[in-house]
Design a protein around this ligand. Structure first.
Ligand SMILES: [Zn+2]
Length: 433
């Protein structure tokens, strides 16, 4: 999309009325983690400002610009957004500039005409199956497995669960359920035990690592010192120092290139007070995350400022809150697990803001920040719970060609119902994405 061009492509639907006052309410409730952004964002009656490190005004949005810029940030790439950020600064856009922004915007976010017999016809849903390992050996690098003795089982069997396998099975079942209703679905990784780069981490490390690090150095995205350090790191160290975030960014890139109407990020949790997860826990909780809760250092990178402005201006946080609420309701109905409270885990106390729904929190994770669509990031249960671990360890369900546990099927069904109900919500039908 090229903005400031006076060529008329098509008129986009502008999302509902947004004022600076609306943005301020959203900022305080969903985005500003315990006052962390008080000296980084300034609200005045008729405008808000993003401040630079010297606390000077760097970028401004004025009352008459909010609607159009909200649409712009939800329908453009980071490169286009950065260009606008620099060009605009604290200037007011003229009527002509605003008009040309509107008429040149693409309409990818618009919802297709609804078809009652196939309620998700042509609706695009992105699914991210969290993590990537599907076997115990590979999952040791990611640290995403539980190997525990279940005290309840008669023989004191050891149970090994690998989160990346549970999420992948869930995603496969969910994809088929959504496709049956006409949805177009992508997975951020399409093979078991595979990363978003369509290969295992071991393969990436052996065959692609040097090329990637060299090219990032050439593009000056890695400085010389960091490059030298990373080049020498063994597999596991490089995973934590570089690959984990790098691969998540690739997932966000793939998902955003698909222009989804909604995104589902699938995880299975553990009881944080039960580390190192060698025995079972009696605790169990469901929780979901949506975007928001920016901390003190979270606006340092230019790209993060752009994500923040998109979330501050538009309605994605509220749309995500709706999907999140529906997902929490489905988890409760289908899984019969209680909802997490903020006091249940240290990371919830430190890094999240509560929403209007119990068990649903704003949390600034790479994917909740970088995915440009309404979304839910679900943690349906604790894998190390005494009952769940035994149930997850069976393959008693063979639905949609996926042989897995009945619990995995119920998790997929919960996300499916939430998505189906989300697109029935009256405000979603009216406002487009
Ligand atoms: Zn996870």
């Amino acid at each position: 999309m090229r903005y400031f061009l006076p060529i008329l492509f098509f008129i986009v639907q502008i999302s509902g009325a947004q004022t600076i006052a609306d943005c301020k309410i959203r900022f305080e409730k969903y985005l500003n983690l315990n006052g962390a952004l008080n000296d980084k964002v300034l609200f005045e009656n008729n405008a808000f400002y993003i401040l630079n490190e010297k606390k000077e005004k760097e970028f401004a949005v004025y009352n008459n610009e909010t609607k159009i810029l909200a649409d712009f940030f939800e329908n453009s790439t980071l490169t286009e957004q950065l260009k606008l950020y620099k060009l605009k600064g604290i200037n007011k856009l003229s009527k002509k500039q605003l008009d040309s922004l509107v008429i040149t915007m693409n309409d990818d976010s618009k919802l297709p005409k609804l078809n009652p017999s196939k309620p998700l016809q042509n609706i695009r849903i992105a699914i991210d199956p969290g993590h990537f390992s599907s076997n115990y050996e590979d999952s040791k690098v990611e640290g995403k497995y539980v190997k525990l003795v279940n005290e309840k089982s008669r023989k004191k069997d050891t149970i090994t669960l690998v989160e990346g396998q549970l999420t992948f099975f869930t995603a496969q079942v969910l994809k088929k359920m959504l496709e049956e209703q006409g949805a177009k679905v992508i997975l951020s990784r399409t093979k078991e035990n595979s990363t978003a780069f369509n290969q295992t981490y071991a393969d990436w490390f052996n065959k692609r690592r040097n090329k990637v690090l060299d090219s990032l150095k050439a593009k000056k995205e890695l400085d010389d010192d960091k490059y030298k350090i990373l080049k020498q790191f063994p597999k596991e160290k490089l995973f934590w120092a570089f690959f984990r975030d790098y691969e998540l960014m690739e997932r966000a890139k793939k998902i955003n290139g698909f222009y989804p109407h909604a995104s589902v990020i699938i995880h299975y949790n553990v009881d944080d007070k039960n580390a190192p997860w060698t025995t079972t826990s009696h605790r169990n909780n469901s929780m979901c995350f949506i975007s928001g809760a920016f901390g003190n250092k979270d606006l340092a990178k230019p790209s993060n400022k752009l994500h923040f402005i998109r979330l501050l201006l538009g309605k994605q946080v509220h749309q995500s809150e709706t999907i999140g609420r529906l997902t929490m309701n489905s988890f409760e109905k289908n899984l019969k697990i209680s909802r997490a409270k903020q006091a249940d885990a240290d990371y919830l106390m430190k890094h999240t803001l509560s929403t209007n729904c119990e068990g649903l929190f704003c949390r600034n994770l790479i994917l909740t920040r970088c995915i440009n669509s309404p979304l839910v990031y679900g943690e349906s249960m604790y894998q190390d719970n005494v009952r769940e671990s035994a149930m997850l360890n069976t393959s008693n369900s063979d639905l949609y060609g996926v042989k897995t546990s009945e619990r995995v099927y119920l998790v997929a069904k919960s996300y499916y119902e939430a998505i189906l109900n989300y697109f029935k919500e009256p405000e979603v039908k009216i406002s487009g994405r």
